[in-house]
Design a protein around this ligand. Structure first.
Ligand code: SAM
Length: 328
């Protein structure tokens, strides 16, 4: 039995990424993508490496057998390596979704989505951390997924992450607000990019476009996700707390009233964020469709610090009770 599987696997990712970073003269994240690819293919794919480096890498790779690790252990160790790389090169809109939030969304998806086999969409998939966390938390269900991401390096990390965890995810490297040629999903999860979308020509195609100036990309992402989820499908978004107070909020309200039922709003603890302005919530919607009825009342929760286990358990019980009362 392994005593510290996540740390052990992190050490392999970290050591081999550092070796490659030096030799290939690239960033740590680029090197991490290369080493992840090697581990998955069980061979060294870069031909510009010196003999000595190849030997050192081989020795490291041979000391590990991925099938000895669970999907969550692989995800967590890869996540630790990505976090290390992101510290080296900070980009505010690239932040990975924190583990505790991913797990909570995983729990919610498992609760709301009753199909035993379903397709999940994440239109801002980033490193794939949120999407694969959610997939790993579906009990006895078969999940296939679609992930879309505009950033080349992040999507590369996401696809390696998915390969290492053996998840069937189809990836598209594109702007999610451009037309999408994807299969309709049964549900969507997304930690939305927040801010203005610069492409006004494209925004003009959306009902949630701003009447003047740039539109909010998080609003357009909500509309685009609803467009690509089947009627009755659930959507779980991480949104900024101020979303319903902006000057564009009335339009959003009106659009949501027409197209979806608000199921819940769970405010994440303020302690997770740098300041109140940066704070976020989990927003749950159900797309309207034939036979789909609104919940008796929406689930409104102020989440406690997610490290306080007993308080989190109380909240989960509250969510269970709400679900029984309002949805069944
Ligand atoms: N959940 C992701 C994870 O666990 O790594 C993090 C998502 S991050 C908060 C938002 C992501 O949206 C970023 O990776 C960013 O590159 C991506 N993004 C921003 N605008 C986009 C667009 N127009 N189309 C596709 N992806 C976009």
């Amino acid at each position: 039995m392994k005593i510290a599987p996540v740390e052990d696997l992190f050490t392999i990712f970290n050591e081999t990424a550092t070796i490659m970073q030096e030799e290939l003269q690239c960033t740590y994240l680029e090197a991490l993508a290369e080493t992840g690819e090697n581990l998955f293919h069980e061979s060294i794919l870069q031909d510009e490496l010196s003999e000595l480096t190849v030997k050192r890498l081989k020795k490291s790779y041979e000391s590990v057998n991925l099938s000895d690790y669970t999907k969550e252990e692989i995800r967590k160790s890869f996540q630790l390596s990505i976090l290390k790389g992101m510290k080296e090169n900070v980009q505010p809109n690239h932040q990975m979704t924190p583990d505790a939030v991913g797990m909570l969304i995983g729990y919610l998806v498992d609760k709301f989505v009753r199909e035993t086999s379903f397709r999940l969409l994440d239109p801002a998939v980033g490193t794939g951390n949120l999407l694969t966390t959610v997939m790993n938390h579906q009990k006895d269900k078969t999940v296939e997924a679609t992930g879309i991401e505009i950033d080349d390096l992040l999507i590369k990390l996401a696809y390696i992450n998915a390969n290492l965890q053996e998840h069937p995810i189809q990836f598209f490297n594109q702007d999610s607000l451009e037309p999408l040629f994807i299969e309709a999903a049964d549900a969507a999860v997304s930690d939305l990019p927040i801010g203005y979308y610069p492409n006004d020509v494209r925004s003009a195609e959306y009902k949630l476009k701003a009447d003047e100036g740039h539109s909010y990309s998080h609003h357009l992402f909500i509309e685009q996700s609803i467009n690509h989820v089947k009627p009755g499908g659930y959507l779980f978004f991480i949104i900024p707390n101020g979303m319903f107070e902006s000057e564009q909020a009335p339009k959003l309200h009106e659009y949501l009233k027409e197209n979806a039922y608000i199921q819940g709003l769970l405010q994440l603890p303020l302690t997770m964020f740098k300041n109140e302005k940066a704070a976020k919530s989990i927003f749950i919607l159900q797309k309207k469709g034939e036979g789909v009825t609104p919940p008796k009342q929406a689930l409104l929760v102020n989440l406690p610090s997610l490290s306080k286990t007993t308080e989190v358990e109380k909240i989960l019980k509250k969510i269970d009770a709400w679900y029984k009362e309002s949805k069944q």
